[in-house]
Ligand binder design. Structure first.
Ligand code: PAF
Length: 282
């Protein structure tokens, strides 16, 4: 496995890989866990070679967010990726990604405005911008993202469609199902910030979501079910619930009536300084 941190060696390494077959890209911010490794394994099934990018993208963090404390562990991450048969790690520094004079941003309206976009202004502009750059730098045949960040996936697909991207084409931007701990908590690099007490409390999130989904499927109205979900999270030790909403899976418009398979429950809630998000089909 090769690790490169600037564009010229990246281009040479990619040219060599491309002579042997297709390339799958798994974009990450490092601090890899089983969820990322699941993406890598799926990527290996989809292409001859897997390229993983590791870049903690400053443009997707707001001024009061956790950029400084975001875990950085490149050596450990590379070891994990080598064990998974990854061909190439693209790990640029901030200056390689955003050199002096950098002035361009991509803004996707609509799908990026609700949910996390409302709570984190500018976040999805940062995501869309860095992912567009990663796509252009690597020009993969296929790219894989976790469904835990469902809204992110919707924003990236919208961008690819709107900008007529071909590498990858929109249909080759794949979502991979969320990987969960035994108690249902979705894997996330941010789980590492939880104390053991908070980690135990965090299991209330998927549990309360499952209860809410069962009630919605049973025909109970959202205006009863969703406030009960919020109360359950606050009672379990969450300090705040940013949102608990049912939205159309594709457009992310509010889905006031339950329609089979086309709507999802989205929740973001905080335990202390840590913000957890999750989504499930209703
Ligand atoms: O999901 C992530 O880890 C990041 O948002 C991504 C897609 C790598 C862009 O920085």
């Amino acid at each position: 496995m090769q690790t490169v941190s600037s564009l010229d060696p990246l281009r040479s390494a990619l040219a060599a890989l491309r002579t042997e077959g297709t390339i799958a890209l798994v974009p990450t911010m490092g601090a890899l866990h089983e969820g990322h490794l699941t993406l890598v394994r799926e990527a290996r099934r989809r292409a001859r070679h897997v390229v993983v990018s590791i870049f903690v993208n400053p443009r997707q963090f707001g001024p009061n967010e956790d950029l400084d404390r975001y875990p950085r562990q490149l050596e450990r991450d590379c070891q994990l990726l080598a064990n998974e048969g990854v061909a190439l790690v693209w790990a640029p520094g901030a200056a390689a990604m955003y050199p002096d004079g950098y002035a361009t941003s991509i803004s996707v309206t609509g799908v990026s405005e609700s949910l996390c976009g409302a709570a984190r202004p500018g976040h999805f502009d940062g995501v869309a911008t860095v992912v567009a750059k990663l796509f252009n730098q690597v020009r993969p045949d296929v790219a894989l993202f976790g469904e835990k960040d469902w809204q992110q996936l919707a924003v990236i697909r919208r961008m690819a469609r709107d900008l007529d991207l071909t590498a990858p084409a929109t249909e080759a931007i794949l979502g991979v199902a969320t990987v969960r701990e035994a108690d249902g908590l979705a894997l996330s690099s941010r789980n590492a910030f939880l104390s053991s007490e908070q980690r135990a409390q965090a299991a209330a999130l998927p549990r309360a979501m499952d209860q809410a989904i069962a009630a919605l499927r049973g025909g109970e109205a959202q205006n009863h079910v969703l406030p009960r979900l919020v109360d359950a999270l606050l009672a379990a030790g969450f300090s705040a619930v940013d949102y608990a909403e049912v939205r159309d899976a594709e457009s992310l418009a509010l889905a006031l009536k339950h329609k089979d398979n086309s709507s999802r429950l989205f929740v973001a809630a905080r335990i202390g300084a840590t913000r957890l998000i999750d989504n499930k089909p209703v």
